[in-house]
Write a protein that binds this ligand. Structure first.
Ligand code: HEC
Length: 144
């Protein structure tokens, strides 16, 4: 009887360990997160947003992460401080064209991104704004 139970449960146990390992692989700290990645809800993108995503993935995601969720190299852009009231579209263009001096975070400076045009950045902004809206980031006017 006991042997029978073991025979029955062994495959379940092995499957459990295997699945557990997979879950750890995908959710655990695998080095790319660096503790700064956030959960981003990805909405259905508009055509322009989709174009922006392709450009973002090519030029920005290496630092700002997939879906602009951040990485150990740069902050998430799907973040309250990058709401359109605090970091308007021109802040994005400026960032890409001139680079950014580290001021909000401790990742270091952002270099100028030389392989994107201003037009590309406008599409990237559209993509990031669509992600922001889907993740509840609302425009808060910046008062200084
Ligand atoms: C080499 C890494 C790197 C790449 C590539 C990169 N960024 Fe950044 N970016 C950073 C870091 C680091 C910061 C945070 C600076 C700080 O401390 O405020 C930043 C900040 C920003 C900001 C905030 C600017 C501000 O005024 O505070 C915007 C917007 C931005 N990045 C957009 C982009 C876009 C768009 C791209 C792609 C075209 C891109 N970044 C590619 C590293 C990068």
């Amino acid at each position: 009887m006991i042997k029978k139970i073991k025979e029955l449960f062994m495959p379940v146990l092995i499957a459990g360990v295997f699945i557990g390992g997979l879950v750890l692989m995908f959710t655990g700290n695998n080095g790319s997160g660096g503790g700064n990645t956030i959960q981003v809800i990805v909405p259905e993108l508009t055509a322009l947003g989709e174009e922006g995503k392709v450009l973002f993935d090519a030029s920005c995601a290496s630092c700002h992460g997939d879906n602009a969720a951040g990485s150990d190299r740069a902050p998430p852009l799907v973040h309250d401080i990058y709401n359109p009231g605090h970091h308007g579209d021109e802040a994005f263009v400026r960032a890409a064209m001139n680079g950014v001096r580290a001021h909000h975070w401790a990742f270091g400076n952002m270099p100028a991104i030389t392989n994107v045009t201003e037009d590309d950045v406008l599409k990237i902004i559209r993509y990031v704004r669509e992600l922001q809206v889907a993740n509840g980031i609302a425009t808060v006017e910046h008062i200084m």
